[in-house]
Ligand binder design. Structure first.
Ligand code: URA
Ligand code: SF4
Length: 219
């Protein structure tokens, strides 16, 4: 990597695109024009969070997938359907939640001779570039509990030492929060679709989501 590449690389940052004030709608409109990292170049559109602006629970995924990129909404593809089912089973109403992603643009490759767009994990630089949007969403919604779906969301919320295996399923204090607000981490719904033992993986997701549900039910 040349020196000038390096200088440009360290400049990945969504902050200059954030509005100075306004509600979620103002942030959504501004995020639609974000060029804070190169991911906007090949994706169809920014996929900002959706849901109840005063939700008590926020669910955070990794980044939009193929369907989300086309439709402009988070978790509307296969992973979203699985998530909806698990949420219902855990007693969390998706309609009263706010759902978003750690990274707001779809990152993918198109294999030679292929047509299907294959998901690629975001890099640390892209994750930190996009972090201000998630920060703004959490500041505006102020949920009591945030569910981190998978490692990318976990790292965005809890820092680089986060590990799903070690940290999942328990009530963790929300970093920087002045009162009782929590993070609950679990696996990413897509990981369940790929798991050898899907049933066990799914049961694990539901059981972690129930930890968040208990906060909401005050028990
Ligand atoms: N996977 C995610 O992490 N987020 C989505 O919105 C869809 C799939
Ligand atoms: Fe901006 Fe995030 Fe999209 Fe990068 S991924 S362009 S930081 S919205």
């Amino acid at each position: 990597m040349s020196r000038s590449d390096d200088a440009r690389a360290t400049a990945y940052d969504a902050s200059p695109f954030l509005p100075r004030d306004g509600g979620l709608d103002a942030y959504r409109r501004a995020a639609a024009k974000c060029q804070g990292c190169p991911l906007y170049e090949n994706a169809t559109q920014t996929v900002f969070g959706r849901g109840d602006p005063s939700a008590r629970v926020v669910l955070v995924g990794e980044q939009p997938g193929d369907q989300e990129d086309r439709q402009g909404e988070p978790f509307v593809g296969p992973a979203g359907r699985l998530l909806d089912k698990a949420l219902a089973e855990a007693g969390i109403d998706r309609g009263s939640a706010y759902v978003t992603n750690a990274v707001k643009h779809f990152k993918f490759t198109v294999p030679e001779r292929g047509k299907r767009r294959i998901h690629k994990p975001p890099t640390l630089r892209e994750m930190s570039a996009c972090r201000p949007w998630l920060g703004a969403e959490l500041d505006l919604v102020r949920p009591e509990v945030v569910v981190a779906l998978g490692a990318t969301a976990g790292k965005a919320l809890l820092g680089g030492s986060f590990r799903v295996t070690k940290d999942r399923g328990s009530l963790l204090p929300m970093p920087g929060a002045e009162q009782e607000r929590y993070v609950v981490a679990t696996v990413h719904p897509s990981a369940i679709l790929r798991a050898d033992d899907r049933e066990a993986a799914y049961a694990g997701l539901v059981s972690d989501l129930k930890v968040a549900a208990r906060v909401l039910n005050g028990s």
